[in-house]
Design a protein around this ligand. Structure first.
Ligand SMILES: Cc1cc2nc3c(=O)[nH]c(=O)nc-3n(C[C@H](O)[C@H](O)[C@H](O)COP(=O)(O)OP(=O)(O)OC[C@H]3O[C@@H](n4cnc5c(N)ncnc54)[C@H](O)[C@@H]3O)c2cc1C
Length: 467
């Protein structure tokens, strides 16, 4: 007899949902987590603080109101770190409380400390005082997530040269910042600091950024960020970062030198597996600390599962939760279908981006014909009311059966709006449904109808010519 039916390592979105799903199936469940990290990276250092910070930035800078009230409009001059962190601390505190309550309500035992394998069914949990207990379980789900990768060549000091975790510990809003790496996290923070008035330079080794997104949308984002005084250095590699008493000097291989008060490295993330003693369980991780799994999130040891960022792409809270639930169901012998192939992507830049399905480039590369229907927020009454004149929604439509192949949104509410497209696509709906549907007025959701009409008109023009 083991101590638990299911033991989960890590309480981020993947671990939490796995533990609760197994508990709902009336299994004896425990979750292992460090005392100050309930909710994982997601609640404590990643998704939730960064999205709350963004909300605070938008509110305090009054950025979205400037089309209406003039470019000098600010809710508050001289925004301080305290102004920003007051909100993040409040939200993080509440979220941790919600998670603790959910775990308690579902009778999930929380074991405080760090876990590592002793053998394939036994985990040792060591608390912050060094006390160790050993627990056994039939099934184990590893959901230990990731930490920011820190290149050995960079002298991080957590003040001038920081990673994304360091953003939350800054003692002042820097007047200038170099962001190394134009991935999602780098660009999200670059746009927040640019909105705060920090002079941001983004250095990216590749020639493009966010290359999995719609090209037109990324161009629109770059235009907006340049408007906020962001400088992009694409195709450039950082040779060295020097720390000086009055800031840091980022030296590029091309010889350029960029002075700034702060340098934020956003150079990918490393799986949190080095302290798990994986070999004791018969497991290994790759050089980025990731564990390989099958379609049911089983590792090479069939009773041990892994979910969330520790298994790699897409490394989103949204998908991690679903992976956790599916892994728990499989571990508890519940019927499961795999992860739905239609996954939304949300990028909380300023303005935000969201999409689902294919991009124009992907369809073109696969020789799949499509028509484009576009709606611009400035032509919607709601767009004018809220002062968003740059937002747009784009539908990629199959000319053969009029279904949606992709939906791309840029601007206010993009990450919410995308779910209308997701529902239509998931149910196999066509643009005719969107043309015929009545939307609340004035809303941004109405952009679906406008874009659908645009696509229908274009398709009609093609049909007329060939008739
Ligand atoms: C700045 C930033 C912004 C982000 N924004 C978004 C966003 O807007 N939307 C989105 O969907 N995703 C976002 N993400 C990604 C999202 O945070 C992750 O995908 C998600 O948190 C991964 O969940 P997880 O279940 O893998 O666990 P994590 O949230 O990574 O948590 C893992 C937990 O495991 C614990 N752990 C590690 N080792 C052990 C051990 N040995 N024993 C016990 N516990 C252990 C850790 O303490 C940690 O609490 C963002 C990430 C960052 C860094």
């Amino acid at each position: 007899m083991t101590d638990f039916d299911v033991l989960v390592l890590g309480s981020g979105p993947g671990g939490q949902k796995a533990a609760i799903a197994a508990a709902k199936l009336e299994r004896r469940v425990a979750i292992v987590e460090r005392r100050d990290m309930i909710g994982g990276v997601c609640i404590n250092t990643g998704t939730i603080p960064s999205k709350t910070l963004r909300e605070a930035v938008l509110y305090l800078t009054g950025l979205t109101q400037r089309d209406m009230y003039g470019q000098s409009y600010r809710l508050k001059e001289d925004i301080t770190v305290t102004d920003l962190t007051v909100r993040t601390r409040h939200v993080v505190g509440r979220e941790v409380d919600v998670i603790r309550n959910q775990l308690a309500r579902n009778r999930v035992t929380v074991l405080s400390g760090s876990g590592h394998f002793v053998d394939p069914h036994t985990v040792a949990v060591v608390d912050e005082r060094g006390n160790e207990i050993k627990v056994t379980a039939d099934k184990i789900i590893v959901a230990t997530g990731t930490r920011p990768a820190r290149p050995a060549s960079v002298q991080f000091d957590d003040q001038t040269i920081i990673d994304s975790d360091g953003i939350l510990q800054m003692d002042q809003v820097p007047d200038s910042m170099v962001v190394v790496g134009a991935g999602v996290i780098g660009i999200e923070y670059a746009s927040m600091f640019a909105a705060l008035g920090t002079k941001v330079t983004v250095v990216e080794r590749r020639d493009r950024m966010l290359d999995f997104c719609d090209l037109e949308v990324v161009e629109a984002l770059k235009y907006h960020l340049r408007d906020l005084a962001v400088t992009f250095r694409f195709g450039e590699t950082v040779a060295a970062v020097e720390k000086h008493p009055r800031g840091a000097l980022t030296i590029l291989e091309s010889g350029k030198k960029i002075p700034a008060s702060t340098v934020m490295y956003s150079a990918g993330r490393q799986g949190m597996t080095e302290n798990l003693a994986l070999t004791a369980a018969g497991l290994t991780a790759d050089d980025r600390g990731r564990i390989a799994v099958d379609e049911f999130y089983r590792t090479s040891v069939p009773h041990i599962y892994a979910v969330g960022d520790v298994i790699g792409f897409p490394s989103l809270a949204a998908t991690s939760m679903e992976q956790g639930r599916l892994a728990a169901y499989h571990a508890c012998d519940e019927p499961v279908s795999g992860l739905n192939g239609l996954q939304p992507i949300g990028i909380y830049t300023i303005p935000e981006i969201s999409f689902i399905g294919k991009t124009e480039d992907e369809l073109t590369d696969s020789l799949i014909p499509f028509e484009v229907g576009v709606s611009r927020y400035r032509e919607l009454a709601r767009g004018q009311i809220i002062g968003d004149t740059y937002g747009m929604l784009k539908l990629l439509v199959s000319p053969e059966d009029r279904t949606l192949l992709g939906v791309h949104v840029f601007g206010t509410g993009a990450t919410e709006l995308i779910h209308i497209g997701q529902a239509v696509m998931g149910c196999g709906g066509t643009i005719d449904y969107l043309v015929d549907a009545v939307f609340n007025y004035p809303t941004l959701a109405e952009s679906y109808k406008v874009a659908a009409l645009d696509a229908v008109n274009k398709l009609r023009r093609v049909a007329r010519i060939t008739d």
